[in-house]
Design a protein around this ligand. Sequence first.
Ligand code: EPZ
Length: 427
Amino acid sequence: MDRILIRGGNRLSGRLPISGAKNAALTLMPCALLTDEPLTLRNLPRLADVDGFGHLLNQLGASTAIEGTRPEDFGRVMTIRAGKLTSTEAPYDIVRKMRASILVLGPVLARAGEATVSLPGGCAIGNRPIDLHLKALEAIGAELEMAAGYVKAVAPGGRLSGGRYRFPVVSVGATENVVMAAVLARGSSVIENAAREPEIVDLCNCLVAMGARIAGIGTDTLEIEGVDRLHGATYAVMADRIEAGSYACAAAITGGSLELVGAHAGDMQATIDALRSAGVTVTDTKDGVLVEADGPLGPVDISTSPYPGFATDMQAQFMAMLCKATGTSVLTETIFENRYMHVPELARMGADVQVHGRTALVKGVDRLVGAPVMATDLRASMSLILAGLAAEGETSVSRVYHLDRGYERLEEKLSAVGADIERASDG
Ligand code: EPZ
């Protein structure tokens, strides 16, 4: 397994390219299953999860062809052709490795009239059930049966009817699944208390480009008029707002100045507001977002919440940054029940964080000291990288396969703006 070694203390400075969004790519790729025509996605990030999703699509009978990179994009171009599905099953050995595989349930059901998907099981940050996915699909006509760790969904008569569903809590993935299923339903659907994340907007815009009829895009009420078929399209994946926020924290914790090229300030306003509250200067530029930390960081109190609130996917990275702030910050994680696994690892580097249930008290320290630490999940890994950038001495982050799921070319991007960072192989 690979490790990442960082010798901290360098002030980061320069322009850093932001890749296509992982969490948009993972809901745009299954859209190709909704049509027998090609879907070409631009600006796809080079990530393990994107490759994994491509393998899953291949299992279902879709081809995935990488066609290089366009000059205006950082990411790759991939054309997905699902002319004919040869399978309607997402097997356990794929789903257990990548939860986002559950996002084939809605589109396969809509396209083929049936779908069998393994229950994903829990993950490091929580047990992450899929009950809301299933309830939403039932509300638009699906009949479900559970057996041996799988869920089998059937559309009576081969086509979903459409219907109305109000989510009791906001769910990004469940919103994505039901939207992808509803676009080919016989009738109309209304989804209330829908997630409003920018990745959902990207999904809806891509579906509309494919011929879907969706009103209320960007709001918590989506009205979908089912159509008989969708056609192919070419669509560019949005910039990754979480990657951008993560590198903004890198500028902040090192007292540096980074222009996040390709980032879209409108997608990350809560992160920008929190950075400004901590004393960081953030400026919208023609190429992206400029983040400058030319003074001490101050404490902030943050609660994660669904968009447009502060993203849970930014909590660990912000905690790392706040370890170097003056005073005591209060972070409250309201979305997942176990998203503080970075805390004991940060403590090995001298951080002072006390966790009480869903709340973490982060007491700023004058110095962090490099140490061997272990990544436990995607965003926790990034918090360790950030702490290493500011720590005295060398930090060695193990199990970086977690990072490779969501951060493209991390060492390359950080080295280019002054970090002393390299990847070492334990092999
Ligand atoms: C998506 O996960 C993201 N993943 C997550 O990013 C992100 O943290 C999360 O949304 C919240 O923004 C992808 O887009 C691939 P949810 P998802 O359904 O869809 C509960 C990262 O680091 N819930 O919005 O699984 C759930 O347990 C990853 O990039 C149910 O109870 O999240 C959680 O407490 C991590 N039943 C809350 O809702 C359900 O059926 C929000 O989960 C579904 C969810």
